[in-house]
Design a protein around this ligand. Structure first.
Ligand SMILES: [Fe+2]
Length: 216
């Protein structure tokens, strides 16, 4: 599948614009579904590492790459009308391939020193951001997930979590099942699939800021 197809399929599924609106220029009648906020959890980094770029697989100064299955994760930050939020800061944090966080509260031993654990990406003029990271894994009490925090000018900070599409145990996860509607639960699930031109599977996660938070 090409990246363009992957993204356009998702846009279609989420009803970015109706065809009538496209022809008439009328406001889209179907607003996008706002990404549901989720618990921050106990592992937001106490100290942001010096290397906190958008490549979590390679830590500056280290020869080895992170253990785990490398993936590319990309998406956009949009408001409910599909308007991009350029300059939005997208932060992610997640556990390593053995389920351990870089955090003093981590009780399962030291995390992989070759995994950055946290990263930041700035949305460009089209609201697009990207990361190279590892496919999230299970740790005791949780299904695979990646934590997200989106902040920027003109909208309220959003903290949420992203899950693996169709993971067998999603329905057993207390935070996943705490998301109110099926449509919202669908909206935070991402499939990682091969995409032409990428050396690892690609997942697309569009983040929709709730309400009419954009001031511009
Ligand atoms: Fe977590």
């Amino acid at each position: 599948m090409t990246l363009k197809k992957l993204i356009s399929r998702r846009q279609f599924a989420r009803g970015v614009v109706t065809s009538v609106a496209m022809v008439t220029g009328a406001p889209a009648s179907a607003a996008l579904l706002a990404t549901p906020p989720q618990n921050e959890g106990p592992f937001y980094p106490v100290k942001i590492p010096l290397d906190h770029d958008n490549d979590l697989v390679q830590v500056a100064g280290r020869a080895q790459k992170a253990a785990g299955e490398m993936v590319h994760l990309l998406g956009r930050v949009l408001d409910i009308n599909g308007k991009p939020a350029p300059g939005a800061q997208v932060e992610i944090w997640q556990c390593d391939a053995m389920g351990r966080y870089h955090h003093p509260g981590e009780g399962r031993g030291p995390a992989d020193p070759n995994f950055q654990g946290v990263g930041k990406s700035m949305a460009d003029s089209s609201g697009s951001w990207r990361f190279r990271t590892i496919k999230p894994v299970t740790y005791p009490g949780r299904v695979p997930h990646i934590h997200f925090r989106i902040s920027g000018r003109g909208f309220d900070r959003l903290t949420t979590q992203m899950y693996l599409k169709g993971h067998a145990n999603n329905e057993d996860d207390f935070l996943f099942t705490g998301i109110e509607t099926e449509a919202e639960r669908q909206s935070v699930q991402v499939a990682f699939v091969p995409v032409q031109g990428f050396d690892a599977p690609v997942g697309n996660f569009d983040i929709i800021l709730g309400g009419n938070a954009r001031r511009e």
